[in-house]
Write a protein that binds this ligand. Sequence first.
Ligand code: NAP
Length: 280
Amino acid sequence: MKDYMLANNISIPSIGFGTWTLDEHDICVAAVTAALESGYRHIDTAAIYKNEAFIGEALKQSSIKREDIFITTKLWNDVRGYDETIQAFETSIAKLGIDYIDLYLIHWPNPVKYRTNWKQMNAESYRAMEDLYNQGKIRAIGVSNFMEHHLDALLETCKIIPMVNQIELHPGLLQNNIVHYCRQKNILIEAYSPLGRAKLLDKLELRDIADKYNCSVAQIILRWQLQKGYLPLPRSTNAKRIKQNIQVFDFTLDDNDIAYIDNLAYDDVSSNKNPDTIEF
Ligand SMILES: NC(=O)c1ccc[n+]([C@@H]2O[C@H](COP(=O)([O-])OP(=O)(O)OC[C@H]3O[C@@H](n4cnc5c(N)ncnc54)[C@H](OP(=O)(O)O)[C@@H]3O)[C@@H](O)[C@H]2O)c1
């Protein structure tokens, strides 16, 4: 698997294994183990996924060295503030059974609990993340679900520009404005729900392209994400599909097909979550 380079020269494997909804012990341990055995070296979790301990178990069982695996976790919406963020970080690494995190993200910019003071609370949490970064306890820091105005606010106070913004991005949801903004600032875009939570996989237009390249729709979408310069985070609980989803480095979509996928419009795939009105 190829790597991307973050703004601070840390390399990050270009596909991460998504673990949202893998909140049952056996399913999560089996899926993460299958991912590691298939060649994934990047796992995406979050405090709210309630599976950090299960992932820790899979890491412990694996013979892969800690430094060869890139682990991302996220600060959930009920926690903001300097001390509270340090505490949440300590809880996450204890559950994961590791002593540093590769990438720590603020999960959402404007939680319902902090709707009246989100700017100030994000600034305080991010200050704690910067200190953890400077102490070597986190190798990279970033955000998730941040739109331009959320990043504008954070950039007024932060000392370290976020290295990553993890957003929903897939065919039918191109997120052009925030992608452009992040590119200007050298913030890597991670694409969550890259397969549109499987809703894209039966789209006829994508099936036609998959037939042309003799691969699956999932592989076409993931290849499209990579050629656009995004870092996709596909999730699967099926060992064959887990493996299939990283077998995307031996073919290249031609420019016409990339442009065709760019122009696909679907109104039933995006989760339509507005970060300023979410109720969590
Ligand atoms: N930051 C955020 O707010 C946020 C929000 C959402 C997600 N995420 C991250 O992004 C990750 C991925 O997004 P997601 O979980 O929403 O969904 P996704 O990866 O877009 O889609 C997962 C679905 O696709 C199916 N699938 C996967 N590979 C397949 C293949 N090759 N062929 C057929 N079906 C396939 C899976 O079913 P099977 O299991 O049956 O294969 C599952 O139902 C999450 O797990 C999480 O890590 C982050």
